[in-house]
Design a protein around this ligand. Structure first.
Ligand code: NAD
Length: 360
């Protein structure tokens, strides 16, 4: 099969981690008989420099027509002035909005060979962690009414959490479907003891549970969920939650896995078009040093194969290759420990390619 992939290298370590990912995808194409066409596009800081805007029209148009978007990272100190009207992150928000990507899938996986990377104790981590957070991405308080006004002579500011039934239904549906492909256990996180929008959220989860009788459903308040992730992360399989709660919980979950350089993400919408990117930023402190960990981006490409192209075998092959180089003791600097073999960005990519070529 033939697939068109819009590739945004971005800034900082973005181009370095993307280069390794493309090498890996090329090996997959050859081994499994697919054709991947890549179109390289500008977005983020480099686009501001070259085109005066973080998201040039051409980038947006090509992304819309592609089968998937693969992104490195955007941003850096050069463009980090908080007062600036034009900022690199606007490219991400612009792409999510224009492509109607309302669902963010963030697996927080701690592979067994990396268990010492977790800040949690051994007896809590046990054989590793594997949580998938499904976060609503285009609604709620980040997009609701907001403003600043004066009430009784005192300045005040407000933001509004608003969700409609359709917005909740479509994200909860993805969460149930994701649960069916995993361990059939779904935790919905809300603040239904206080928030009206959470009560609506909860009622929709309960209603849909009737359609997915095999899935074990439970509800947690956000404050309790935040505690439970550090107390006993293995009680979770899939977590579904709103935009703001998901923002916070997914960062917390990634911290308990210990390495930001290992975690992929997918942003999905109605059809099969999705945007795939590592959760880390452009890491300007290590850009150009050839030491960045490319595994989060390589694992993001595995998510792309699974969710946009339905290529499960191919996705698994990449994930297995990543697991095996970790098990053999290879580590980039960010996950290096005593007795392991230190490798750079390019070596990490090469090792994965070798595994895949051998059909391991
Ligand atoms: P960051 O994720 O770039 O870096 C945080 C720390 O983790 C740094 O010490 C970095 O060296 C390290 N790190 C990150 N990825 C790594 C990797 N693959 N391998 C090894 N080490 C890695 O976060 P930050 O420093 O807060 O942000 C830097 C820039 O990235 C900012 O301009 C920010 O706006 C931007 N950013 C972009 C995205 C995105 O493109 N999706 C996300 C977050 C931050």
């Amino acid at each position: 099969m033939k697939y068109n992939i819009a590739v945004i290298r971005g800034d900082g370590i973005g181009p370095e981690v993307i280069a390794e990912t493309i090498k890996v995808l090329n090996v997959i194409a050859e081994r499994f008989g697919h054709t991947f066409n890549y179109e390289y596009l500008l977005a983020g800081g480099c686009a501001i420099d070259e085109e005066g805007t973080p998201l040039p029209n051409k980038t947006l148009e090509v992304c819309k027509k592609s089968d998937a978007v693969l992104l490195g990272a955007v941003g850096g100190p050069k463009w980090d002035n908080t007062n600036a009207k034009i900022r690199p992150e606007q490219a991400l928000l612009g792409l999510r909005g224009a492509l109607n990507l309302y669902c963010n899938l963030r697996p927080a996986v701690l592979y067994k060979p990396l268990k010492n990377e977790s800040p949690l104790k051994d007896e809590i981590v046990k054989d590793g962690i594997d949580i998938c957070i499904v976060r609503e991405l285009t609604g709620g308080i980040y997009f609701g009414d907001r403003g600043v006004d004066i009430i009784d002579g005192v300045k005040s500011a407000y933001d509004t959490e608003r969700y409609n039934v359709n917005e909740i239904t479509r994200i909860v549906r993805i969460a149930f479907e994701t649960s069916m492909k995993r361990n059939k256990k779904l935790t919905s996180v809300d603040k239904a003891n206080i928030l009206e929008s959470s009560r609506l959220w909860r009622s929709i989860v309960n209603e849909m549970a009737n359609e997915y009788k095999e899935v074990e459903v439970n509800h947690l308040y956000i404050d309790n969920a935040a505690m439970q992730i550090v107390k006993d992360p293995n009680q979770f399989d899939v977590i579904v939650t709103s935009n703001i709660f998901g923002d916070i919980l997914s960062d917390e979950a990634s911290m308990v896995t210990g390495s930001i350089g290992m975690l992929p993400s997918a942003s999905l919408g109605e059809g099969t078009l999705g945007m795939y990117e590592p959760i880390h930023g452009s890491a300007p402190d290590i850009a150009g040093k050839r030491i960045a960990n490319p595994l989060a981006t390589i694992l993001s490409s595995a998510m792309m194969l699974r969710y946009s192209f339905s290529l499960e075998k191919e996705a698994k092959a990449i994930e297995n290759a990543v697991f095996s180089i970790l098990e053999e003791g290879y580590r980039t600097g960010d996950i290096m420990t005593d007795g392991k073999e230190l490798i750079g960005t390019v070596e990490a990519g090469n090792l994965i390619c070798e595994k895949l070529k051998k059909g391991e």
